[in-house]
Design a binder for this molecule. Structure first.
Ligand code: BTN
Length: 248
């Protein structure tokens, strides 16, 4: 396994990603994992908050991207695939990956990944933060998030934070090892299978507002490939993607 992990367990912190990013000395060691029992200011993608109570998984992993000859955005996709596989190994069924790396079950969000970068004295580092909703129900979330979130417990599964973390690290380590040998392409193909979204209609955010399109797959760097309403192939590298309702 290519990630030789060292684990730092905290009772509480604002955000495990911020904990690492604020302490450059901890970024020296790729493979270091910080897990916190609670987060008081968890962060999601695009400036959103990441909520949840005790018993869920909140952790961040340090990676040195220069050890892998793959484009940076693809780390996030591979982490999503690792999480998909880890959940499958724990017995979960019916989950899928929403680009780039949310895990959904019954159209609700079960887990998310926030990847951030920092230039350090030791080179560039990726801090890959993982949040998995494991226990409880809607009451741990604010009203807005509660309707869009789900936990493993609600899906009928009992998995502890440490079990989930171990399963994820195992799956991610295997993927990163194999990427060094076989490259990214086989994993992009597996990601496309696990996203179960090929052919689905989406709305995506552009500088001119929301635009409709249909998902056709992944580009070689992990961006989302779609066909727009004029029939042109477009590549989406960021911004929000929403599925299929008549209007966003
Ligand atoms: C998203 O889907 O918006 C990404 C959510 C990522 C949440 C995790 S929880 C552990 C780590 N620390 C944070 O502040 N965020 C990530």
């Amino acid at each position: 396994m290519s990630i030789r992990n060292r684990l730092l367990l905290l009772p509480e912190t604002e955000s495990t990603n911020s904990y690492l990013l604020d302490r450059p000395e901890l970024l020296k060691t790729p493979g270091l994992v910080v897990r916190s029992v609670r987060q008081t200011a968890g962060r999601g993608r695009r400036g959103k908050v990441w909520e949840g109570g005790e018993g869920n998984l909140y952790c961040s992993l340090v990676l040195d991207p220069s050890q892998y000859a793959i484009p940076q955005p693809s780390f996030t996709l591979l982490a999503g695939l690792a999480l998909y596989r880890a959940l499958e190994n724990k017995g979960m069924r019916g989950h899928w990956i929403k680009w780039p790396n949310d895990i959904l079950w019954q159209e609700k969000k079960l887990a998310g990944i926030l990847t951030e970068t920092k230039q350090t004295l030791y080179g560039q580092r990726l801090v890959l933060g993982l949040g998995v909703n494991l226990v409880g129900g809607p009451s741990q979330f604010s009203a807005e998030i509660a309707t869009q979130s789900v936990t493993l417990e609600q899906a009928g599964m009992q998995v502890t934070a440490i079990q989930m973390l171990q399963a994820f690290l195992l799956a991610f380590g295997e993927i990163l090892d194999a990427v060094k040998v076989s490259g990214l392409t086989p994993f992009l193909a597996d990601w496309e299978r696990c996203c179960q979204s090929l052919g689905r209609q989406i709305w995506h955010e552009t500088s001119q507002g929301w635009a409709g399109a249909k998902i056709i797959g992944l580009a070689s760097d992990g961006a989302l490939k779609v066909v727009d309403v004029q029939g042109q192939v477009q590549v989406i590298s960021g911004g929000e993607v929403r599925f299929a309702k008549p209007n966003p």
